[in-house]
Design a protein around this ligand. Structure first.
Ligand code: SAM
Ligand code: SF4
Length: 330
């Protein structure tokens, strides 16, 4: 079988697919309060196109898919799409990243479909702060989802974007969640773009600073052996059930064994979070491309994968990364 391997010998096995660019929340670090450009519905990939892209990629060795967005659950019939995708036996893992506000009623269905992991984004454990960060009043719904996820068989990761002066004082509270619960909390470096250009932050909380903050409260931190191509540096507190990690999203120290590609909701293929998109698969498909032509294109494009996110950013035609993660497919 032909595989997707880049010129640095990295094999691509992981697709992050954005289901939509729409979202029911307006997180400060991700989207402006008003006026984000939403693409026309006809420009979004259809589920049939997404299924085909995933099938073709799985025939080239992709065995893990993360469905993200925007908020995947705001797109009509998403559960039905999951059901269809779950029939692809070349996929070892289907994972979802979600803000959780709409999903508590779907959790048993996700279990039945064999979804592997749900990454729930939750940046605070306080209702008023939640409303301030997300500009929406759905804290209770999100916590209900967290509780139901914890009671389920699904693997759960909690994504916490570290926001200077907003939730940095809650880092230890998040780690305490791992005391008796089998959950992986991952602190994410904030990337300073939210769809309106560069977002100004007074302080930079990078991996080292986040770790130093944790060391102030805990002396018994055990480093874990990170899985190959892991996006996070992982640890646990001695005696705690769960674990925690730090994702150097902006300092980009995890690029060396990257195994990921991204496809946005409009079908833009991205070799790296920081590139500006290599080609549009949607147009290629709508112009009648065969599966073999698609495969050739994927194989050729992956060859151009830059060594790391800094090179990807430097190679951009439009130099500044300003897109929202909801468009990129976080
Ligand atoms: N709506 C879903 C959610 O929030 O989980 C999926 C899409 S969201 C873009 C995916 C992840 O990207 C979330 O965990 C979110 O916190 C993260 N994210 C969004 N903007 C970010 C930024 N500027 N810096 C770091 N992480 C960001
Ligand atoms: Fe929506 Fe997720 Fe972006 Fe928040 S982080 S605005 S939930 S896409």
């Amino acid at each position: 079988m032909k595989m997707l391997t880049d010129k640095f010998g990295r094999q691509i096995t992981y697709l992050r697919l954005a289901i939509t660019d729409r979202c029911n929340l307006r997180c400060q670090y991700c989207m402006p309060a008003h006026g984000i450009d939403i693409v026309d519905r006809k420009d979004l990939l259809t589920y049939k196109e997404m299924y085909r892209i995933t099938r073709v990629l799985s025939e080239l060795g992709v065995n893990k898919v993360r469905l993200t967005g925007g908020e995947p659950f705001v797109r009509k019939d998403f559960i039905h799409f999951l059901e269809t995708l779950s029939f692809n036996d070349k996929l070892d893992q289907i994972n979802i990243t979600t803000n959780g506000a709409l999903i508590s009623k779907h959790i048993s269905k996700l279990e039945t479909l064999g979804i592997h992991a749900v990454n729930l984004s939750l940046d605070t454990l306080k209702a008023d702060k939640f409303k301030q960060i997300t500009r929406r009043d759905v804290f209770e719904e999100t916590i209900q989802t967290l509780d139901k996820l914890l009671a389920s068989k699904l693997t759960i990761k909690l994504n916490v974007v570290i926001l200077p002066g907003v939730n940095t004082n809650e880092i230890a509270s998040f780690i305490e969640l791992t005391k008796n619960k089998d959950i992986a909390v991952r602190f994410i470096e904030e990337m300073p773009f939210n769809g309106t250009g560069l977002r100004k932050t007074d302080e930079v909380w990078n991996l080292d600073k986040i770790y130093a903050e944790i060391q102030k409260s805990y002396k018994n931190i055990i480093p874990l052996v990170d899985k190959k191509s892991s996006t996070s540096k992982n640890f646990k507190i001695d005696g705690y059930t769960g674990s925690f990690g730090i994702i150097p999203a902006f300092t980009r120290t995890i690029c060396h064994d990257c195994n990921r590609i991204r496809i946005t909701a409009t079908g833009l293929f991205k070799n790296c979070l920081f590139d500006d998109g290599v080609f549009n698969i949607r147009d290629f498909i709508r112009n009648g491309a065969s599966d073999d032509e698609l495969k050739e294109l994927f194989i050729k494009t992956v060859q151009q994968k830059p060594i790391n996110g800094f090179v990807a950013e430097a190679n951009r035609k439009n130099k500044k990364v300003s897109e929202s993660m909801s468009t990129i497919g976080g």
